[in-house]
Design a protein around this ligand. Structure first.
Ligand SMILES: NC(=O)c1ccc[n+]([C@@H]2O[C@H](COP(=O)([O-])OP(=O)(O)OC[C@H]3O[C@@H](n4cnc5c(N)ncnc54)[C@H](OP(=O)(O)O)[C@@H]3O)[C@@H](O)[C@H]2O)c1
Length: 263
């Protein structure tokens, strides 16, 4: 299926590894012009090289810490100078630290707020004016199944992803008439460095190894396995595409069925 986004400019945040990288690769496969960012220059260079080798496009990359407003502005300006505009914005971020309510400090809340919610607001603020002008735009936020069903020991994610969901719905209401769609993809257990870290963290208090924790996570999924980042990316890219032109204001979970609720 031709998704109709060849030549569009796509900016994917937090995209040097894991789900963000898989989304960048899937957009490259569709022929998008790509801008990627994260905090670690060496990893970004490697990721950009991988993408170039696989898809024969040269991603534009930049170091950008999503917790820093100035970094976001600088990266956006650099992308605009390079490509002229952003048609597709994919808001991904690093996962907030695990913890129950009493484990978390004021700084933990502040950092997670900046990265998970405020970075989405800031990037959206930068790209929306041009999307309005050209009457075409796609924004897809990567959240978590935590928005449907809070996850054990992930207080920050459970709280702040809900904020992203409310923001996205409000934005979709405001700019639907400008042909800008805003949606969220909520991954379930997906085999990346983040999931590995969460398993290591749970192992510390459970008396089990992190390998056993990963097996337990997989058993908890009706499909009886963990997801791959490319399975999340497939939905993100569809929502970013021309074919998803009448889908907006929604959250779609990609979780092998692990969310137990009907809605
Ligand atoms: N994996 C899962 O099972 C799962 C499930 C539900 C939701 N999610 C969510 O999906 C998102 C992506 O997860 P993932 O599993 O792909 O994680 P990952 O493999 O750990 O990748 C995280 C990416 O974010 C970048 N990053 C981290 N902190 C950043 C910051 N402050 N500024 C800019 N970039 C930053 C990392 O690069 P640098 O460290 O170099 O900056 C890396 O490229 C996370 O928000 C996670 O909570 C994941």
């Amino acid at each position: 299926m031709d998704l109709g986004i060849k030549g569009k400019v796509a900016l994917v945040t937090a995209s040097s590894t894991g789900i963000g990288k898989a989304v960048a690769e899937a957009l490259a496969e569709e022929g998008c012009n790509l801008a990627i960012c994260s905090r670690t220059k060496e990893v970004l260079i490697e990721t950009a090289r991988d993408i170039k080798n696989k898809f024969h496009i040269e991603p534009f990359w930049g170091v950008c810490d999503l917790n820093q407003h100035k970094d976001i502005e600088n990266f956006y300006d650099a992308v605009k100078n390079h490509f002229g505009k952003v048609d597709i914005l994919i808001n991904n971020c690093g996962g907030p630290i695990p913890g129950f309510f009493r484990d978390l400090s004021e700084d933990d809340w502040d950092n997670a707020f900046k990265q998970v919610l405020l970075s989405v607001v800031r990037f959206s603020n930068l790209v929306v004016p041009k999307m309005i002008e050209q009457e075409w735009g796609r924004i897809v936020n990567i959240t978590s199944i935590a928005v449907k069903q809070p996850v054990h020991n992930l207080m920050l994610s459970n709280s702040l992803r809900a904020g992203v969901t409310g923001f996205a719905k409000s934005l979709s209401n405001e700019f639907g008439n400008k042909n800008i769609t805003v949606n969220n993809v909520a991954p379930g257990y997906t085999l990346t460095h983040r999931l590995y870290e969460l398993a290591v963290n749970r192992a510390k208090t459970s008396g089990k190894s992190h390998e056993e924790i990963l097996v337990e996570m997989a058993k908890d999924v009706p499909m009886n396995r963990l997801g791959g980042p490319e399975e999340i990316a497939a939905m993100v890219v569809f929502l970013a595409s021309q074919k998803a032109s009448y889908i907006t204001g929604t959250t779609i979970q990609v979780d092998g069925g692990s969310t137990r609720a009907i809605f």
